[in-house]
Design a protein around this ligand. Structure first.
Ligand SMILES: [Zn+2]
Length: 307
């Protein structure tokens, strides 16, 4: 029995899988634990796995493998992964960011290894990329990326058929590329004016005083002010996608994440327009598409780590 664990800046989802297909059972989701000491998140994950076992009436000890798809970045502590994510650890950007803790990191791999025989932790976008390459829109594409536009912004990158990981498993943190001098855009990572600070779901709420669903609803109803704000978001996100294509010579980018997915028909043409025509030798033949696994990329991401 396998535990599939998806850790995001906003919520944590856990499900169990017994087979080799896309079978996920006893799925549950909760707001990400951010209070107490910095083992709170790992304890939450283990409790949720135990609750899923209870629901399926199986012995918790039979769940021996855990795949963890987590927002990053990661830092290594004695060879084990801890999470240093700006949307979880309030100590990184300090009190201005408004998180209810002063953690520099959240413990993860060490407590999970005490509970599970096998643990594989990957950045959520690396895991999502693996899922999209295995079952989704990136099957057969050896030069490809998965990009999430959600609470945060992240990428999983594949070049020449190889998924990029980097020295601490943090390759693809392109959401923290600097792109603007905007002084109103503080990222949880401490940067002012990076892609995530300007376009992420949590940034939309901080910068515009309306959460992402409200902003997009107004824009799609034709509100000019809201449309202009969305166009600004797409200009920055589109440039980030172009930068990835120019850097890695990609043939396809698959997009997911709650902000994108809930507004995909509205956003996809705007993003494509930002890429189209720029340095054609690099951008011609590169497609932007919605995630093949739709809004379940996150669920299957953790499963892809255990196949
Ligand atoms: Zn950042």
């Amino acid at each position: 029995m396998k535990a599939c664990i998806d850790i995001g800046g906003t919520k944590v989802a856990v499900s169990l899988s017994s087979g080799t297909g896309l079978d996920l059972a006893a799925r549950r989701s909760e707001p990400t634990a951010k209070e107490g000491d910095n083992s709170a998140l790992a304890r939450q994950v283990i409790r949720m796995v135990d609750e899923a076992c209870f629901e399926l009436q199986i012995e918790p000890g039979t769940v021996e493998r855990a795949g963890v798809s987590s927002c990053g970045p990661f830092v290594m502590q004695s060879g084990l992964i801890e999470i240093a994510a700006p949307n979880i650890c309030g100590g990184i950007a300090g009190p201005a960011r408004g998180l209810p803790n002063d953690w520099q990191t959240a413990l993860l791999e060490a407590p999970l290894r005490e509970r599970f025989r096998e643990v594989r932790v990957e950045n959520d976008c690396v895991a999502a990329l693996e899922a999209e390459r295995r079952w989704g829109a990136l099957q057969g594409f050896d030069h490809s990326a998965y990009v999430t536009w959600s609470t945060g912004i992240g990428c999983g990158l594949c070049v020449d058929g190889r998924v990029l990981r980097g020295k601490n498993g943090n390759a693809g943190h392109a959401g923290h590329m600097f792109v603007s001098d905007n002084s109103d855009a503080l990222c949880g990572c401490g940067n002012v004016g990076d892609v995530e600070a300007i376009t992420a779901g949590n940034a939309i709420a901080r910068r515009y005083g309306a959460d992402a669903p409200t902003l997009f609803a107004h824009a799609q109803r034709g509100d000019i002010e809201a449309s202009e704000k969305v166009d600004e978001l797409c200009r920055v996100m589109g440039r980030a996608l172009y930068n990835l294509i120019a850097t890695l010579d990609l043939e396809r980018i698959s997009l997911g994440g709650s902000v994108f997915w809930h507004n995909r028909e509205y956003l996809l043409p705007k993003l494509r327009a930002q890429v189209a025509g720029k340095l054609p030798a690099l951008t011609n033949g590169c497609e932007l598409v919605g995630a093949g696994l739709e809004d379940r990329v996150g669920d299957y991401a953790a499963l892809a780590l255990l196949v």
